[in-house]
Design a protein around this ligand. Structure first.
Ligand SMILES: *Cc1c(COP(=O)(O)O)cnc(C)c1O
Length: 362
């Protein structure tokens, strides 16, 4: 099935205005001229698919998403290559994860074709907003929520699936390593919960720990498992990697997907890329005590977090109730920056795409 999307072009910003935005985009401040919209109801299934003017939505105060939180999202990026094409990275992974998130929250699952068509048509019509060069890109945000009106607690019978996009620059300064606070008071996810789903509620529940991290003078929060408060899971909205050893002997370790971690596309890709670069990569468990002793005796030389928004973010300091400990010399590590470059070169078309991960949108 090919999804039939009605394209309704709308007047937007001038070429000069767009050029200014694209030259200095910031992060998620400015959105493109259009948005993709699809509706779903129990009666009609998916219907009224369109690309239309980016505009505020109108909703009833009793819209179910506001009350019971059926709301999921994705995050992906489109890059303008030197050859003039616009490409995105492993979009089927996002489409599949969107389906799994939808299923977990008892929402309808958009087909891969619908998901990809919405993203592609939006990028096509707003292609002037895709920046070029360095680590600039067009951030794409597909999201879906319960749009039915009512206060009954049950899966909604109507949903809106939208895609919006925003030109972005670097999310973090990669030359600086972030500091992290190990939260022992709050947890992000528990077995049987929604930790594997990219749902809005997970973020709402994480903000208080993020605020605590800030109070402690840290940039980000590290999550431990809910049961033993011992096993390292994630950093904020990103997956974590540890560099064991250094130089030619270096190996990578990332926490296993136990059901309470968000299965990141970047995480999955770095496992493969690490191995391709000759850095043996393992999935396993690592406790906070093990991390502390391995940092102290140098067995772990680098720590970094990864995700679509920030790509790879070096961790320079870890703080908790136990005190604080520096990672290596506190600066971005060599392996971290090598992996970051390998991934960015691939995504921006500067390195060959041996795994066929890139997907041409325009
Ligand atoms: C989105 C997200 C990630 C990173 O996933 P990517 O697919 O690599 O962008 C990691 N952890 C959490 C909690 C997330 O929401």
């Amino acid at each position: 099935m090919s999804s039939q999307i009605t394209i309704k072009p709308a007047a937007g910003r001038s070429a000069v205005e767009i050029a200014e935005i694209v030259a200095n985009p910031g992060f998620g401040r400015v959105f493109t001229d259009h948005m993709a919209v699809a509706k779903w109801s129990t009666e009609k299934g998916w219907h009224d698919l369109s690309i239309e003017k980016y505009a505020p939505l109108q909703f009833d105060p009793a819209m179910l998403a506001l009350h019971y939180g059926q709301s999921i999202f994705e995050g992906m990026k489109a890059y303008r290559w030197n050859d003039g094409t616009i490409n995105t990275f492993r979009p089927l992974m996002n489409a599949n994860r969107f389906q799994r998130s939808a299923k977990r929250l008892a929402m309808p699952e958009p087909s891969q074709d619908l998901f990809l068509s919405m993203v592609q048509e939006l990028v096509k019509i707003d292609q002037a907003y895709v920046p070029s060069g360095g680590d600039k890109s067009l951030y794409i945000r597909p999201f879906m929520f319960a749009s039915e009106v009512g206060l009954g607690v049950r899966p909604a019978t109507e949903y809106l699936f939208l895609v919006i996009a925003s030109p972005v620059g670097a999310y973090f300064d990669p030359a600086k390593a972030v500091s992290v606070w190990v939260s022992t008071e709050y947890v992000r996810a528990a077995p049987g919960g929604t930790g594997e789903a990219k749902c809005a509620g997970n973020y709402a529940a994480s903000l208080i720990a993020q605020a605590q991290a800030k109070e402690q003078g840290c940039d980000q929060v590290i999550w431990l498992d809910a049961i033993e408060r011992k096993w390292i899971e994630e950093m904020g909205g990103m997956n974590l990697f540890f560099v064991m050893g250094s130089g030619d002997e270096a190996q990578l370790l990332t926490p296993s997907l136990t059901g309470t971690l968000l299965p990141g596309v970047t995480r999955d890709s770095l496992i493969k890329l690490g191995n391709d670069l000759g850095i043996e990569t393992h999935e396993g468990k690592i406790s906070i005590d093990e991390l502390r002793s391995s940092l102290a005796n140098g067995k772990i030389s680098e720590v970094f977090a990864c995700g679509t928004a920030a790509v790879i973010s070096p961790v320079g300091m870890i703080k908790g109730e136990f005190g604080e400990i520096q990672v290596g010399n506190g600066l971005p590590g060599e392996i971290t920056m090598r992996l970051r470059k390998a991934l960015l070169d691939l995504q921006t078309g500067l390195a060959p795409d041996e795994n066929s991960w890139m997907y041409r949108l325009v």
